[in-house]
Design a protein around this ligand. Structure first.
Ligand code: HAS
Ligand code: CU
Length: 585
């Protein structure tokens, strides 16, 4: 009899499995839209109308960063809570309830987006994953998102409930590390989602239903980024959890420091939200001082990731030395590079280090002017969420799937090819995107034009960059095909008795070494809320003061740039400026 997760918690394993499959469905759809838009944008193969490009882009973004990542998160958080507290969930019907709500919600949102491809219905939601006004979606899009987010709130409640029940029985014990990570992440999420809840429920949904005539675009944008920055850590923290509790074990050792890991998650709880304005450095209407505060907080927020780089690499080195590795760098050779779970996570970590550097550049108020809204940003987030997170998730799937299905992994060698292929594909794609951004190539554009560039397909030209992006995209698609083949092969395979035990890494320096105050979740949450109030009250008040709560009346669709009126207006303005500069007028 094996001691896999499915044997320990058969009912919970079913929930976790369903969440995984939902996540993979989203990954498949998102990946499909990804390759369509890569080939379209780079001009290699265009079979959709360029107007539909934005519907493809919305679907790509929403399916990947909302459904793929968050379904995966609820799967592994449920696993983490039950495994580390060593108890089943309190009421499995409640658990199915929130999972069902999330699935219903995202289905509504997904239908609203996909309906944009057909003229047969009025429904559409081509608003990109940031759903800024004045772009407007059908109410179904917003309602679906609300249900989905409420589902995640209830999921958090489920996990807190488990922890409280455990605490009653174990009053003097430290919170087990995986549970600690889940709880801090969820506290951060509760604070973060206030922004998007207000944006949708008070403004966007009523506006889309026709209950109010207009919204204040800067206000809804700011509320979006109140949530939109911390959401990136909602994707990242489950991946970090895996790096802390899984990587050291696979490397053959122990986690270097449990207390340091707690500090990292507390820093994320405290600092994730009051930084959102770093996405709005170029927004007029928010004064420089508020932007400066957001920048300062962002720079502090590098700390938990830098600590993670240190702790995780130290743990890997410890493991490698246990396995006989030696030398300054020689230990690297002693790591289990043939294990796809290990290699996938290590490569994801390596790429995430590069992602951190492009993030630091984004975060500088002045340098941001160079890269904002360019292809650079797309390069940045394909390294962070698209590799640091996604590759970690795919890699750990090779460990989790046997745990929750009781079936052996279909092919270890295909899994190894798959993770390496993702790394190689992303190297081509994201590097070219970063370089392209520096040349000024815009993001979110179906047919960028390059009239001032030499278009020949040689090194250093836009043609060369396009070729790298298309090649990278093709390799990523191939990697996804291998991933799904393995998932399906495993799910359909025979039951096995040889599944490894459900375990995670011990720590060298354990919870006992950490000050008890680290486990005071109320204190950290209170500090987090105070910081948010400091960072956001004044910017929000000044935005409302200037633009009104429901804003100036702005039509839902931007004017056509080429329209005769606009052209005349622009020409007149330019003339006026020229005349005043030259002193004629
Ligand atoms: Fe970001 C834009 C700043 C992290 C995602 N970011 C985005 C967007 C997305 C995104 C999706 O300040 C675009 C949004 C849109 O559509 O407009 N980002 C940062 C900073 C960080 C950062 C400072 N971003 C992330 C993460 C994301 C993510 C994480 C998703 C998961 N980002 C920005 C800014 C913008 C932005 C501006 C706005 C740009 C604009 O103008 O629009 C930091 O958190 C990064 C810290 C990371 C590090 C790296 C530490 C290294 C580690 C690796 C350890 C190595 C291992 C492997 C384990 C300091 C932890 C070892 C292996 C061996 C073999 C030894
Ligand atoms: Cu951000």
């Amino acid at each position: 009899m094996s001691n896999a997760y499915i044997d320990q918690f058969p009912a919970e394993a079913k929930v976790v499995r369903t969440a995984f499959y939902s996540s993979f469905l989203a990954l498949a759809l998102g990946g499909l839209f990804g390759i369509i838009q890569t080939l379209h944008r780079t001009g290699y193969y265009r079979f959709i109308d360029s107007a539909d490009y934005y519907t493809v882009l919305t679907a790509h973004g929403v399916f990947l960063v909302i459904s793929f990542t968050i379904f995966f998160l609820v799967a592994i958080f449920t696993w983490a809570i039950t495994t580390s507290l060593d108890r089943g969930l309190e009421d499995i019907r409640f658990t199915w309830g929130w999972l069902g709500l999330m699935m219903t919600g995202i289905t509504l949102t997904g239908i609203a987006i996909l309906a944009g491809f057909t003229d047969a219905t009025e429904i559409s939601a081509t608003v990109l994953f940031t759903f800024y006004s004045p772009l407007q979606a059908h109410p179904m899009f917003y309602v679906g998102l609300v249900l989905f987010v409420v589902g995640t709130w209830l999921a958090g409640a489920d996990w807190f409930r488990s922890w409280l029940a455990w605490k009653r029985e174990n009053p003097n014990e430290r919170i087990p590390l995986p549970t600690f990570m889940v709880l801090t992440t969820m506290l951060m999420w509760y604070i973060a989602t206030v922004g998007v809840a207000v944006a949708i429920l008070v403004f966007l949904l009523p506006w889309s239903l026709g209950l109010i005539d207009s919204v204040n675009p800067l206000l809804t944008r700011t509320l979006f980024w109140f949530f939109g920055h911390p959401v990136v850590y909602f994707w990242l923290m489950p991946a970090y959890m895996m790096w802390y509790i899984m990587l050291p074990k696979l490397a053959g050792g122990k986690l270097f420091s449990d207390p340091l890991a707690r500090v990292v998650f507390i820093l994320f709880l405290v600092l994730s939200v009051p930084t959102g304005i770093h996405h709005q450095y170029l927004d007029p209407g928010i004064s420089e001082g508020f932007k400066f505060i957001a920048m300062t907080n962002t720079m502090f927020l590098l700390l938990p990731s830098l600590l993670t780089a240190f702790t995780v690499v130290a743990s890997m080195e410890h493991g490698a030395r246990q396995r006989g590795g030696s030398g300054y760098f020689g230990w690297l050779k002693a790591l289990p590079w043939r294990d796809p779970v290990f290699t996938g996570m290590a490569l994801a970590g390596l790429m995430f280090a590069a992602a951190g550097f492009s993030g630091m550049i984004n975060a500088g108020m002045n340098i941001n002017y160079l890269v904002h809204n360019t292809y650079w940003v797309v390069g940045h987030f394909h390294l962070t969420v698209g590799t640091g997170v996604a590759l970690t998730f795919m890699a750990v799937t090779y460990w989790f799937l046997p745990q929750v299905t009781g079936r052996a992994l279909w092919s270890r060698s295909i899994a190894l090819y798959q993770v390496v292929l993702w790394f190689v594909g992303m190297t081509f794609m994201s590097n070219a995107m970063h370089r392209g951004g520096l040349l000024g190539i815009p993001r979110r554009t179906a047919e960028p034009l390059y009239e001032n560039f030499e278009f020949a397909a040689s090194v250093g030209s836009v043609g060369e960059l396009q070729a790298q992006v298309a090649l990278g995209g093709a390799l990523l698609t191939l990697s996804l095909v291998l991933f799904f083949t393995n998932v399906v092969g495993t799910a359909l395979g025979p039951r096995s008795d040889a599944i490894p035990d459900n375990e995670y890494a011990d720590a060298l320096s354990t919870a006992a070494d950490s000050p008890i105050i680290l486990d005071n979740l109320k204190l950290w949450t209170a500090i987090a809320i105070v910081l948010v109030i400091f960072a956001y009250t004044f910017p929000l008040l000044s935005i409302i003061e200037r633009g009104g709560l429901f804003g100036p009346d702005i039509s839902p669709f931007p004017g056509v740039i080429g329209s005769a009126d606009l052209v005349t207006e622009n020409v007149l303005t330019v003339l006026q400026i020229t005349l005043s500069i030259t002193g004629v007028a």
